[in-house]
Design a protein around this ligand. Structure first.
Ligand SMILES: NC(=O)c1ccc[n+]([C@@H]2O[C@H](COP(=O)([O-])OP(=O)(O)OC[C@H]3O[C@@H](n4cnc5c(N)ncnc54)[C@H](O)[C@@H]3O)[C@@H](O)[C@H]2O)c1
Length: 287
């Protein structure tokens, strides 16, 4: 169902790789809500991946760019403004990759050249994107810039590795640049901290199935899906959130606010043997 929340708005969506990608869902919903968009991904992802199918479906152009290259990013913004015939209203940074995670290097055995790449691709690219946009004066007043983050920026999740450091930096960039861009041009910058999601990037994380299951059982509302994340992105691009900026917004079914959940409280087999525990369970269940 469409609410026309983005009627007449124009946006750039970075990071749609395949149907599982969060950016793919955001692109589909943005067009459904009335926006005109351009898509961008790495030249290799554009050549080898499925993004061309999405561009045909949504009738929009794909502009290849390595998000670590300032020159490529300038091309994306300039070409998008040509297509739109004016400024950009929203931008989604949905980009993440860690060579250390890919190569199974553990956090206590990081390759530092790979760490540089992780940080450049997954976090500094966000700064580059915003700086390019600002220098080109490419974003409209009250335009909205979003990136996707994960709760490992605040707390340790075994297996998330150097991506945790990248996400902490990403969120910091949203605050630091959000202040400057907000004060000077009323442009807002936020990050959405999403639940574990089964995508290409997600599946690269060590023990992803366990992480997914743990978060799903811990969160009172369960994990948020890629589709639900896309809904939240649309609201953040819309005029309904014009005064929200410099925030890291959790979209995780409540996971990040839970200390100990009912699942952890449930008795172990050993507990079940004790009569006292049987009484506690019967009291709780009968309430
Ligand atoms: N999947 C999850 O569990 C999860 C949870 C929280 C946050 N996120 C974040 O969501 C975002 C999107 O990831 P996803 O889960 O949809 O996976 P995905 O694999 O579909 O998307 C990652 C994208 O990054 C692109 N990319 C990689 N290197 C790039 C570069 N140098 N330049 C431009 N693009 C590049 C890839 O081509 C791909 O399209 C990432 O920032 C990710 O960290 C994912």
């Amino acid at each position: 169902m469409s609410y026309n929340l983005l009627k007449g708005k124009k946006g750039i969506i970075f990071g749609a790789l395949n149907e599982q990608s969060i950016a793919w869902k955001v692109a589909e919903k943005a067009v459904e809500e009335g926006a005109t968009i351009t898509l961008s991904n790495t030249p290799i992802a554009v050549r080898m991946g499925e993004v061309s199918a999405l561009s045909e479906k949504l009738n929009c152009e794909v502009i290849p760019a390595d998000a670590t290259s300032v020159e490529d990013l300038e091309t994306v913004f300039k070409r998008s403004m040509e297509i739109f015939g004016g400024k950009v209203d929203f931008v989604l940074h949905s980009i993440g990759m860690s060579p250390n995670v890919r190569k199974r290097r553990t956090y206590d055995d990081l390759d530092y050249d790979m760490l540089d790449k992780t940080l450049d691709i997954s976090a500094v690219s966000f700064h580059k994107m915003i700086q390019v946009a600002k220098k080109l004066d490419a974003i409209s007043e009250y335009g909205s810039i979003l990136a996707l983050s994960y709760v490992a920026a605040q707390r340790t999740f075994f297996g998330y590795n150097d991506m945790a450091d990248a996400k902490a930096l990403l969120e910091s960039i949203a605050r630091s640049f959000g202040y400057i861009y907000g004060r000077e041009h009323n442009v807002r910058i936020n990050t959405i901290s999403q639940s574990p999601t089964m995508t290409t990037a997600g599946s690269g994380v060590k023990g992803m199935d366990k992480l997914f299951d743990f978060a799903d059982r811990m969160a009172p509302l369960g994990n948020a899906s890629a589709d639900e994340c896309a809904d939240y992105c649309i609201v953040m691009f819309s005029d309904l959130t014009r005064k929200v900026t410099m925030q890291n917004l959790f979209h995780d079914g409540g996971f990040s606010s839970v200390g100990m959940s009912f699942v952890q409280w449930l008795p172990t087999k050993k507990d079940l043997m004790s009569t006292k525990m049987k009484m506690v369970i019967s009291f709780t269940v009968n309430r």
